[in-house]
Design a protein. Structure first.
Length: 461
């Protein structure tokens, strides 16, 4: 018979062994829970950093620093080694926002730009056959090794966390913020012709039913769409952008700091041309005519004020864009911004035919921006000559009201006006016109610069 003290001793040994085993299991379970939780937390943090980096990169497309902006944002959000290409990859490209194209080779909805030194994407031909598309998005991919908190207790000292995101600039080439888009019923059948133009109204759209929607043109509205001539989608969400007054005041401050603010009320009332920061200016009873210095303005911001702060002088009531006073000068100007608080900014053909049209704007970074707190009137053709006095190759208009007036019986396919419009309301008026021909795609949609997140989808192959 075994003595009681031996039985007790054996039980104690078994209990100690079981306790060690249970404790070991608990430690392993704790390490597993700890590492799993840390892995999920790290992945969430890195995903958020990648999304923020992609959005910063998309915003940077318009200033030429997309890659640098994305890397810096990733660093600011905790990916300290984001400058290492093995950790973070930033790729500019084209995101197919409206699902207009077949699947691209690598990603279904994102085409990598083979030459990111330009904003044109050589991998995407526009559906309208009008050349290449432009980069509108940035893809950010992160593969980062994270040390485990358990110190390799589970046999794995680190793990790789991966995340990817695409941010793109949503296009709105013709956008009304608080009103409607209306098209006069007196246009000839097939006109106006909208090519590669993304149209949206925070209200209703009223077509005449005879327009042509070509290429990638899509029409959306928060309200109703009457007489839709193509791909139209009603009851869509509203689009919000910064208030016009805020945007114009920002440009005023930039011009004031740069010494490029012009107070029209102080301009000599002699109807003679005088030099101005943007080129030339002349005044007659508060009606200002301006002309731009030909060539590249290197991103200058100009502001034309209706009155001076003291209220002296004759307030300016309207501004009309005119060719340079010297007929021998070239009439092409690009890469600048003009903002004004004058009640009317006119692109209206005078009762004469210019030898050559005024050419404003270019593609990509050479775009011209016009801001007006009130009305912009665009009437580029003089009726009797049926010839263009203005040709826009890349213009963005931001105003309260935009009026597009045409009186032409002939069309010229080479005369597509490359414009984008953001206004409270937009109207197209034409009398038996075979115009306008509008093309909204001449570079990344840097205005209104609506940044959205998306996610790359790999092709089946």
């Amino acid at each position: 018979m075994t003595p009681p003290h031996r039985i007790l001793s054996n039980n104690r040994g078994a209990i100690a062994l079981i306790s060690v085993l249970v404790l070991s299991v608990l430690i392993l379970v704790f390490a597993l829970v700890l590492d799993t939780g840390f892995s999920f937390t790290s992945k969430s943090r890195i995903e958020q950093a990648v999304e923020a980096a992609a959005m910063a990169g998309a915003k940077g497309l318009c200033s030429g620093n997309a890659v640098a902006a994305a890397i810096q944002m990733a660093i600011d959000n905790g990916i300290e080694d984001a400058a290492d290409e093995d950790v973070l990859t930033v790729v500019p490209g084209f995101y197919d926002e409206n699902d207009s194209y077949e699947d691209f080779p690598i990603y279904r909805n994102f085409a990598v730009d083979p030459d990111s030194s330009t904003l044109e994407n050589e991998a995407v031909d526009r559906l309208s056959g009008a050349g290449l598309h432009y980069d509108n998005a940035v893809l950010v991919i992160c593969n980062k090794r994270i040390d485990s908190l358990s110190g390799g207790l589970l046999g794995q000292g680190s793990t790789t966390v991966s995340a990817a995101a695409v941010a793109f600039l949503s296009r709105k080439d013709l956008l009304t913020l608080d009103g409607d888009i209306t098209v006069d019923r007196r246009f000839r059948s097939g006109y106006p012709l909208f090519r590669d133009t993304i149209i949206h109204a925070n209200g209703d759209i009223s077509f005449n039913g005879g327009e042509t929607l070509e290429g990638e043109t899509v029409v959306t509205a928060t309200g109703q769409i009457e007489n839709c001539p193509g791909a139209c989608y009603a009851r869509m969400p509203k689009v919000a952008v910064p208030p016009l007054e805020v945007v114009v005041e920002e440009r005023r401050q930039l011009a004031e700091e740069a010494g490029t603010l012009v107070e029209g009320a102080h301009w000599p009332d002699d109807y003679e041309w005088h030099e101005a920061p943007f080129g030339w200016c002349r005044n007659r009873w508060g009606v200002i005519t301006i002309a731009f210095t030909p060539g590249d303005h290197n991103g200058a911001v100009y502001f034309l004020a209706a009155e001076d702060e003291s209220g002296a002088g004759t307030p300016v009531t309207s501004v009309t864009v005119h060719p340079p006073p010297d007929d021998d000068l070239d009439r092409a100007a690009w890469n600048f911004t003009l903002a004004t608080d004058v009640s009317a900014l006119n692109f209206k053909s005078p009762r004469q035919l210019y030898d050559n049209p005024i050419i404003l704007g270019e593609t990509a970074e050479k775009t011209v921006h016009f801001y007006s707190t009130e009305t912009i009137l665009f009437n580029p053709i003089y009726l009797h000559y049926q010839a263009y006095n203005y040709l826009f190759k890349g213009i963005v208009f931001r105003c309260k009201r935009f009026e597009h007036v045409w009186y032409s019986r002939s069309s010229d396919e080479s005369r597509f006006q490359k414009i984008r419009v953001i206004a409270e309301e937009v109207s197209f008026t034409g009398r038996y016109a075979s115009d306008p021909l509008l093309d909204g795609l001449f570079g990344p949609p840097c205005t209104p610069r609506l940044v959205h997140l998306a996610y790359p989808k790999l092709t089946d192959s």
